[in-house]
Design a protein around this ligand. Structure first.
Ligand code: G6P
Length: 511
């Protein structure tokens, strides 16, 4: 089953890295190869692996590791703990070489990034070119040829790690905008693989995508996959329109006949929406744990038991509409519609991409605004906005969800927004109100939320007040409907649906 490396040998290596040995049961997924590596029938590839390097004084850091930030890991980690397979990714520390190891029951294959790779590929092309371009150019994207060259080079490194560890005929699932060239690179060298790709963030309309100097290469990279998944059907439509416009691809319904250099069809790539979800069981169980319920009560007490607690939970990212939310809240305080005695806003803003200029500016602006609001409205006893620039373990997040009467998700553009789904799942008593931006993918599924346009500050203020004053019967009706949607569409179903569709035989439509 395993290649030449023995379980004992692997266990020794894992201990060196201070992680668990992970030899339990996972060997079933490996197949013998001719060289000296473990090979896997199923592989996930993403820029982040599920754990991230941290220093012991940071909250949530255990033995030098903590859960990686963001929705991608939130969604994929539960599936990978139940699956035989390996996860290829970067472990968050530049210049550190690690051998494959296992953590939390997942086999991990680390890809090394140098300090310069982090600057050019991760902070540069991924997060200062693609991220703003794919999120409605909320911030201006920057285009630099050196960033692009490194993006290509690093994508190749991820592809090489897969090529080395994938068993014959393996299924490989590539994730997100950081790795859009990997599907094509895999197909060229390993046509035996089944290749899936999932984009966790929006895909822009062709009119915006057109700005990218390397638009053809990106589309070509993605078309290396058999199945390209998106959060919303509008994203899949945008991608197909770009494939037609920039590559002249012949698109029929959801299929593209991808041609090789000889003009012959090599494979059919399909693009389709698969809205991602969360680990419903984990959140529901936590929400019913006495310690978590007690912690929620404690949070309310610590804030002086106000009538209403409002909550925002986001990575500190300009796509999340935190400034719009604060503006609306400040005006509500100014208008006297809410008071610091009756209401308190908790804003958790987890640190993110802190070396990227736009993120630095955002942090300054948000912290300046919070300081201004609190300076104006706080009393000796009460604080208007409790601002927390930390990330917290999931138990604490669920306690916050239970403590909050109103959840504010005001994203200007968001692939999905799993925080909205976590809040609804945690409300096992069917109370609480969700204010949700229509620009978050979650709005397609959570139709009974109070949907709004965060650019419309008056509309946002009215919607917040509707949520604050909502009758319990209406809140329960809405929450019940939203819970039904999420409880029957959890993340296991999402991955099962995608992987089933990936294995489906595609009928060629040559008409
Ligand atoms: C979003 C992206 C993920 C990313 C996460 C955290 O959810 O879709 O790909 O991992 O944000 O961002 P970071 O830059 O810290 O990986």
């Amino acid at each position: 089953m395993q290649a030449t490396e023995s379980a004992e040998h692997r266990a020794e290596k894992h201990q060196e890295h201070g992680t668990d040995a992970g030899t339990e049961g996972k060997a079933a997924g490996h197949q013998g190869g001719t060289d000296d590596v473990d090979r896997f029938d199923f592989m996930v590839v993403s820029n982040r692996m599920p754990v991230d390097r941290c220093s012991p004084d940071e909250p949530g850091c255990e033995d030098g590791w903590r859960r990686s930030p963001g929705g991608l890991v939130t969604a994929l980690a539960p599936m990978m703990t139940k699956t035989d397979g390996a996860w290829v990714g970067w472990h968050g520390a530049p210049d550190e070489h690690l051998e494959p190891f296992s953590h939390g029951g997942i086999d991990l294959i680390p890809v090394q990034l140098s300090t310069r790779d982090v600057e050019l590929y991760y902070e540069g092309f991924s997060n200062a070119t693609l991220w703003p371009l794919y999120h409605d150019v909320i911030a201006p994207p920057e285009f630099h040829r050196a960033w692009w060259d490194t993006y290509r080079k690093v994508n190749k490194r991820f592809a090489d790690a897969v090529i080395r560890h994938a068993a014959e005929g393996a299924t490989v699932w590539v994730q997100d905008y950081q790795l859009q060239l990997v599907p094509r690179m895999l197909r060229e060298q390993r046509p035996d693989l089944k290749i899936g790709f999932f984009n966790h963030i929006p895909f822009p309309p062709p009119e915006i995508f057109a700005q990218l100097p390397w638009r053809r290469a990106i589309i070509d990279g993605l078309l290396g996959a058999d199945l390209i998944g998106f959060q919303r059907s509008s994203d899949a439509g945008n991608f197909m329109r770009s494939a037609r416009r920039f590559l002249g691809a012949s698109v029929k319904q959801q299929q593209v006949h991808v041609k090789g250099a000889d003009g012959q069809t090599t494979h059919i790539a399909r693009a389709q929406a698969f809205p991602i979800s969360i680990d419903v069981k984990q959140i529901s169980e936590l929400a019913q744990k006495p310690e978590v319920i007690e912690r929620a009560k404690q949070i309310r007490r610590d804030l002086g038991n106000p009538k209403t607690i409002l909550l925002g939970v986001d990575r500190l990212d300009y796509t999340k509409g935190i400034r719009h939310r604060l503006k609306a809240y400040e005006e509500l305080l100014e208008d006297g519609k809410v008071t610091v005695e009756d209401a308190s806003l908790i804003q958790v803003a987890s640190p993110s991409r802190e070396r990227v200029e736009q993120y630095r500016l955002l942090r300054e602006e948000v912290e300046g605004t919070v300081g201004h609001i609190n300076g104006t409205y706080d009393t000796m006893q009460n604080t208007a906005v409790r601002y927390l620039h930390h990330s917290y373990p999931i138990e604490e997040m669920v306690a916050l969800y239970l403590a909050a009467d109103v959840m504010l998700v005001t994203a200007l553009r968001d692939g999905m927004n799993l925080v909205a789904k976590e809040y609804v799942t945690a409300r096992t008593n069917n109370d609480g109100a969700l204010v949700l931006s229509e620009f978050a993918g979650a709005a397609d599924q959570l139709k009974q939320a109070l949907l709004m346009n965060p650019h419309d500050i008056d509309g946002l203020k009215d919607t917040i007040m509707r949520a604050v004053n909502m009758e319990p019967a209406e809140a329960a009706r809405r929450m019940r409907a939203m819970r039904k949607q999420i409880l029957t569409n959890d993340v296991d179903l999402w991955s099962a649906d995608f992987l089933r569709a990936l294995q489906e035989k595609v009928v060629r439509d040559d008409s």
